[in-house]
Design a protein around this ligand. Structure first.
Ligand SMILES: C[S@@+](CC[C@H](N)C(=O)[O-])C[C@H]1O[C@@H](n2cnc3c(N)ncnc32)[C@H](O)[C@@H]1O
Length: 218
């Protein structure tokens, strides 16, 4: 895949609390993985039933809740937002969790460069940046190239679960998947295992409707 110059994220306020900052610095080697060498997820989580990658976990509360609910799985959580990285580390430390590893880089590069093909059982993409303006649609992470990338990394029969509170993006997601013959699936009821995220709560407070999608790799 070509290196993407168009980013699917925006530089957000990097106001980081002292606790998040300390966790980011002092505990990174315990919970983080560098993006400079290929990894074998099965070696990192040798007993994991499933290897799950979450892209863009924000502040990470939902990530940690899911990982606590499913301790048999191994989670790779990819995010570039420094306060969120610090926050998730503090939660992992507080609950002495060992089934989540963090990667601080663009998910496109991470998946392309360090994950072996056919190594991932599931991808979680909860409330990706909606990029509502037409001129920004090219920044939406769900696009043909993204589907190609994740289709290489997901095991046959594996899945991607996407949630959005932005209805035009929900329509866009369905169209992108329909135009691809790599996956099948569609809109599903919100699964009980998916806790509300921060971004979702903000959307709900503005009366946004939330849609969940689950697609399986052929
Ligand atoms: C709208 S927020 C949603 C955060 C969280 N999932 C939630 O629901 O509260 C989207 C997040 O995805 C992250 N993100 C977007 N594109 C990314 C990429 N290519 N690689 C890593 N993180 C990305 C952003 O930094 C941002 O924190």
């Amino acid at each position: 895949m070509e290196r993407l110059t168009i980013k699917s994220y925006k530089a957000r306020g990097t106001r980081i609390t002292p606790a998040q900052s300390a966790a980011r610095v002092e505990l990174w080697t315990k919970y983080g993985i560098e993006n400079d060498h290929a990894i074998d997820p099965q070696v990192i989580f040798p007993t994991a039933s499933e290897i799950i990658v979450e892209i863009g976990y924000g502040m990470g509360e939902a990530t940690a809740t899911i990982a606590r609910e499913f301790p048999q799985n191994g989670y790779f959580a990819i995010e570039v937002h420094q306060p969120g990285i610090g926050k998730l580390i503090t939660i992992l430390e507080e609950h002495t969790m060992t089934n989540v590893k963090l990667i601080d880089a663009d998910a496109h590069e991470v998946l392309e460069d360090i994950f072996p093909n056919k190594s991932v059982d599931g991808v979680h993409l909860f409330f990706p940046d909606p990029w509502p303006k037409s001129r920004h649609h090219k920044r939406r992470i769900v696009n043909e190239g993204f589907l190609e990338l994740i289709s290489k990394k997901i095991k046959q029969g594996g899945y991607i679960h996407i949630a959005t509170d932005w209805q035009p993006y929900a329509v866009w997601i369905q169209e992108v998947f329909e135009q691809s013959n790599l996956f099948s699936g569609g809109e599903v009821e919100r699964p009980k295992w998916r806790p509300p995220t921060r971004f979702e709560k903000k959307g709900l407070s503005k009366d946004h409707e939330v849609s969940d999608f689950r697609y399986f790799l052929h």
